[in-house]
Design a protein around this ligand. Structure first.
Ligand code: MG
Length: 452
């Protein structure tokens, strides 16, 4: 049974025991070793209970295929990316299904520059997986090494680009919810380095997720309650592989994960202007911020590597995804919740403002996200071509599903909607944004009805 297997630029994802099997692990390992020309591969994983068993199988497949492995243990996805670059390795694999529920696991595939494989490279790898495997002989089996200092290298990299002295002097009080995932220990350590008093909420790396895995508002009530009861200045929440960051303000209100990239873009552009790249589903607040600072903004398909490739082309200063992913080239070209935390603390310190005050200074929009189960992908796609015709007088983008931006004269003017099949789950996503919650809700229900 392989119905749950999802292969895309976001990696190879499936349900453990159903589509993630020993045979699949062997196929991924031997294909990736071939792809990396039997070079050295950095291996890391999140805390999922299936992670250890998958790691052992993958290690074995890589070694028997002639690659050497540097295992860096339980670490965030961005830590693996940084270590591939740092160790000058030939590739990396993160065993993590990111925000998917606990029964899922996945292989996130990293090339020699420390960024995810792009579309062309991913296709190449998938082809290799279909071939017969070529294993190494007894005298060409790779070597295995454990390297446990990766979190310090990651932390130091961020500390070197922010004003650590100023942040330390401010002595901010923080609360952190790492969903018992890969961010659990590194985040607390990082905040301690920054002189922040830190109250951990779900920072036991057990891999049992005590709340929904995505750091969206409805999953953050325990963090919000802790921020309030402990009088913290800010609360930080991650997903299980700690590439995504969401924020709770000092009044215990989740500010919405879309505002993570908005805040960081505002902060970095005000210090040093430069181009911005975000995906098609990201809040329009970022366009307004780019305009405020007189810089160009580009939008890409959803998926970290699409944003990263455009950032490289444009020489961008900042990039990201509205789901809480911020990408700062001065740290690394990958979404990194810890870099996000560093910049937010620096922003609070330099502007001497509370998080709620900083949010009020952002362009105000409201977003409604949802999904419908994908039964016939084809049917939904044909729906999209009909919608494209019906809305041809609006501003349309077709590079990833269908995105409609509503122009003056439209009842939804000021808002937009993005309709697309997910890369990571068998669902069709609907993302609607408006000037306020009422308009966002209206746009959302209008298109939800049309798609159903
Ligand atoms: Mg993630």
């Amino acid at each position: 049974m392989t119905s749950s297997l999802m292969k895309s630029v976001s990696g190879i994802r499936g349900i453990v025991g159903e589509s993630i099997t020993p045979a699949l692990i062997a196929a991924v390992g031997s294909a990736f070793a071939q792809f990396c020309k039997r070079g050295t591969i950095v291996l890391g994983r999140d805390t999922r209970t299936s992670g250890y068993a998958i790691e052992k199988g993958l290690e074995s497949a890589l070694l028997l295929s002639g690659s050497s492995v540097i295992n860096i243990g339980v670490v965030p996805t961005p830590t693996v990316q940084i270590m591939v670059e740092h160790l000058k390795a030939d590739g990396g694999i993160v065993i993590s299904a990111s925000h998917n529920p606990i029964e899922w696991n996945a292989f996130k595939l990293i090339g020699r520059t420390g960024t995810f494989l792009n579309g062309r490279e991913t296709e190449q790898l998938f082809k290799l997986m279909d071939n017969d495997f070529t294993y190494a002989g007894w005298d060409h089996i790779g070597t295995l090494k454990y390297e446990m200092g990766a979190d310090d290298i990651h932390i130091q990299k961020i500390l070197s680009v922010i004003d650590t002295d100023a942040i330390r002097k401010r002595r901010l009080k923080t609360a952190v919810d790492s969903v018992n995932g890969a961010g659990s220990s590194i985040t607390v350590k990082f905040l301690n380095e920054l002189g922040c008093g830190t109250i951990p909420v779900y920072c036991e790396p057990t891999g049992i997720f005590p709340r929904g895995a995505e750091p969206v508002a409805e999953n953050l009530s325990d963090l919000a309650r802790t921020v309030l009861s402990e009088g913290a200045d800010v609360g930080f929440a991650q997903d299980p592989d700690a590439d995504r960051l969401a924020i709770v303000d000092e009044l215990g209100r989740p500010i919405g994960e879309e505002n993570t990239i908005a805040l960081v873009a505002e902060h970095l552009l005000s210090k040093n202007a430069g181009r911005v790249v975000v995906n098609l589903s990201t809040t329009k607040a970022v366009d307004d911020i780019a305009q405020r600072h007189g810089v160009a903004i580009a939008r890409t398909k959803v998926g970290e590597i699409h944003v990263v490739e455009e950032m490289l082309r444009m020489g961008a200063r900042i990039g990201g995804e509205g789901s809480g992913g911020i990408i700062s080239p001065e740290v690394h070209l990958g979404r990194d919740s810890l870099a996000g935390i560093g910049y937010i603390l620096e922003m609070m310190t330099e502007r001497n403002k509370k998080i709620s005050e900083l949010v009020l200074e952002l362009p105000q929009y409201s977003m409604k996200k949802g999904s419908i189960r994908l039964i016939g992908k084809g049917a939904k796609i044909s729906h999209l071509s009909k919608l494209k015709k019906d809305y041809s007088s609006q501003k349309i983008s077709e590079i990833d599903g269908l995105r409609i931006e509503f122009l003056p004269g439209s009842e939804f003017y000021g808002g937009w909607v993005h309709l697309r099949p997910s890369n990571t789950e068998p669902i069709f996503r609907i993302i609607a944004e408006g000037r306020d919650a009422i308009q966002a809700g209206k746009i959302f229900s209008h298109f939800e009805k049309l798609l159903k």
